[in-house]
Write a protein that binds this ligand. Structure first.
Ligand SMILES: Nc1ncnc2c1ncn2[C@@H]1O[C@H](COP(=O)(O)OP(=O)(O)O)[C@@H](O)[C@H]1O
Ligand SMILES: [Mg+2]
Length: 357
């Protein structure tokens, strides 16, 4: 069975919402396919296509872009694509993707041909995606905000309530110890006091990690300095910290976002990299805050780790991206030469009308 090409082409254009055209420039004669007429919502009986007639139906804001694209194609014989909107007789406006090319068939003079694709469904899908993205981002922002509030509350409670109770137990045991003369009983009390002291240290450590007071009281530079000492000192990894031009206080959301990115990155270096050194740089210049953390460890396949994280394997990398995005910043995680990983996050210092400049 042979294929009826005309029918086949008609059905294809109908299914894909793509109309086609051919333009005999000398006679200003446009020939449109059935689908092209349908997209413009006119019929061969009521409308004879010409370039002028076509441009009269194009949205006024899009006319010059389409005219220029066509003129350039005529002058250079290079193909073009151009998005424009057509205004139909029933006052609806349809977004189109126009493509055109010069007909270079030998013996053919002054001809162009091309297509017009109805983008309504794609635009609708793009818009739905945009709305869904905005919603997801709003939700993520809210979740992170609630998480910060909760962390601060738990940090205070650990420090003030449990920390103080443990301190009282420790002091009480020490006082009791002084009154005890029985050696065995005294040793038991010493053990209890040691356990209470260790628990107190753990509670303090937990509280500091959840919400270091340096961040609230002293600002970002001091908080990251503390973080490096707190995380790296006992780990055997040599930390090198450089700063340049960082104001003492920045927007609170910016301080928290940058601190949490530094915290997660350093934790990753210590947990996964097997590095000997880590270099941390915090700089402010040209209205941008930039945090760079580099290690000379094993390095890793970032795209693969990201795909695993999206699949639910981990949260750290995703959290860093989310926090940076919410603070209107950018983050890049890449292999470092000659070895290891380099993480760079940059954030705009100023915001205007709730959005970063
Ligand atoms: N600096 C690094 N060096 C080597 N591997 C890293 C580094 N940072 C991240 N990774 C890899 O990326 C993975 C995902 O990191 P993350 O999302 O923070 O999850 P988690 O730390 O809980 O495993 C880690 O399991 C590790 O394999
Ligand atoms: Mg991690």
């Amino acid at each position: 069975m042979t294929l009826d090409f005309e029918k086949h082409l008609r059905l294809t254009q109908d299914l894909t919402r793509v109309g086609s055209w051919e333009w005999d420039i000398g006679r200003d004669r446009l020939t449109w396919s059935d689908e092209h007429y349908r997209i413009f919502d006119v019929t061969p009986e009521t409308f004879t296509p010409t370039l002028r007639g076509l441009l009269e139906r194009v949205h006024p804001d899009d006319v010059s872009a389409l005219e220029s694209a066509v003129a350039l194609c005529r002058a250079t014989h290079e193909s073009f694509t151009c998005e424009y909107r057509v205004m139909r007789p029933d006052s609806t406006t349809i977004p189109l993707l126009g493509r055109g090319a010069w007909d270079a068939t030998p013996g053919v003079a002054g001809r162009m041909y091309g297509t017009a694709q109805d983008l309504t469904e794609r635009k609708r899908a793009d818009e739905a995606l945009l709305i869904a993205n905005r919603r997801a981002q709003g939700l993520a922002g809210r979740v992170l905000q609630v998480q910060e509030t909760e962390r601060r509350r738990i940090a205070h409670e650990l420090h003030d309530e449990i920390g103080q109770a443990l301190t009282a137990v420790k002091i009480g045991l020490q006082r009791l110890r002084r009154k005890i003369t029985d050696a065995a009983f005294g040793a038991d009390i010493d053990d209890c006091a040691t356990i209470a002291a260790r628990a107190l240290d753990q509670v303090r450590g937990l509280s500091l990690n959840l919400r270091p007071p340096h961040l609230d009281d002293l600002g970002l530079e001091a908080a990251i300095g503390w973080l490096i000492r707190h995380q790296c000192d006992a780990s055997g990894v040599a930390a090198h910290f450089h700063t340049h031009g960082v104001p003492r206080r920045l927007r609170p959301e910016l301080e928290i976002a940058c601190f949490r990115v530094a915290q997660e990155t350093l934790t990753n270096v210590l947990r996964h990299a097997g590095a000997e050194d880590v270099w941390v740089q915090l700089c402010c210049r040209d209205g941008t805050l930039e945090l760079t953390i580099e290690d000379n460890g094993t390095g890793f396949d970032v795209a693969q780790a990201h795909a695993r994280a999206v699949g639910g394997a981990s949260l750290g990398l995703l959290g860093m991206h989310e926090r940076t995005l919410l603070a209107a910043g950018r983050i890049s995680i890449a292999r470092r030469t000659p070895a290891g990983t380099a993480v760079t996050a940059s954030f705009p210092l100023a915001v205007q009308g709730g959005r970063a400049e």
